[in-house]
Design a protein around this ligand. Sequence first.
Ligand code: ADP
Ligand code: ASP
Ligand code: MG
Length: 401
Amino acid sequence: MLIVQKFGGSSVADARRIKAVAGIIAETYRNDNSVVVVLSAQGDTTDDLIEKAAEINPNPSKREMDMLLATGEQQSIALCAMALESMGIPAVSMTGWQAGIQTTSAYGNSRIRSIKTERVLAELDRKRVVLVAGFQGTTTFFDITTLGRGGSDTTAVALAAAMHADLCQIYTDVEGVFTADPRAVPTAHKLDEITYDEMLELASMGAKVLHNRSVEMARKYSVKLEVLSSFTRKPGTIVKEKVKMEETKISGIAKDSDIARVALVGLEDTPGVAFKIFSLMAKNGVNVDIILQSIGRENSKDISFTVAKGDLATAEAALMEARETIGFNKLDVSSTLCKVSIVGAGMINSSGVASQMFEALYESSVNIHMISTSEIKVSVLIDDVNSDIAMKAIHRKFFGE
Ligand code: ADP
Ligand code: ASP
Ligand code: MG
């Protein structure tokens, strides 16, 4: 079999962990498999590099940031190759460029365009384990890019798709995908399987166990995906097209703290106001998530919406600059909020799921600022300080103690 194995930052945090991971890789290799390994930077390396940059320039160019951040993954692959060498396993490490990973030029958040797999396949033919640096690629002009935080998952799935691997294993520090982040909700339980659609929704709503683009790609190319622990050797969670119908209406709960709310108070209640606001946001590259508009009263209305925290300053500046053309009394922003979502395909056929979520929040006196729903998801915007209580209460409501 051809297997792609990805190990995250905590799985390769120090020498002992790298040796442990090399043990898993060696075992897979000795069982007659071709193995491609994707590694993240060790432990907090990426955060440390970001801090290092900030000490020198608070506003560095994105190109130089990518040049810097990509070094973290390069350390991991070289170290792990050395660990495999010492165990007598032939191994070769490769940067994103050497592995043929070509991306768009959107530094810091680039997308994989294509993968030229010749070199990797040639090394596999030579019976070597190939270790590829996660999270990175190069543009057509060979400038180094990164795929966005958590992007090593996407490197792994993209390689698995390009090489038609039989399995893509994402090794991490939890035993699989849980009904909620087990760090926030200790009673959360591991799911044996989950559909691509639900996993994509969970990942997009903030469950960082998988990078959402990796799930998108796995679904598109039908990559068989398994999320499992590199610490305890147990079966993990399989992510696939269809799963056995479970009785639960929801499969999981997710939290996203990377959210800020912008409120425009005292807008004119006439056609075209929303268009003016949101075309301005689009022009400035600001992604808008939940939107809420109040009922018009005395020719005045309010519109509030959420954006990623990193886009708040841009959104605010653009709106203030266009204050005259848009016409509003007050601009109010808040970044002490979070979005909590429940996700589940079972929601489509069962009514009252949203109200159960609201009941849980009511019972724990958590106030809701905004609500948004889709076919398989309900999200609420609440104060960040309430997130733990809210997650636990919602979990109890749907999954019991
Ligand atoms: P890695 O470094 O291996 O990529 P991450 O930190 O990116 O690991 O992702 C794993 C973490 O995701 C877990 O430690 C856990 O706290 C968090 N997490 C959030 N939601 C979930 C969930 N539903 N199931 C499992 N883990 C989750
Ligand atoms: N090292 C990168 C990060 O910390 C990529 C990854 O871990 O997936 O975001
Ligand atoms: Mg991750």
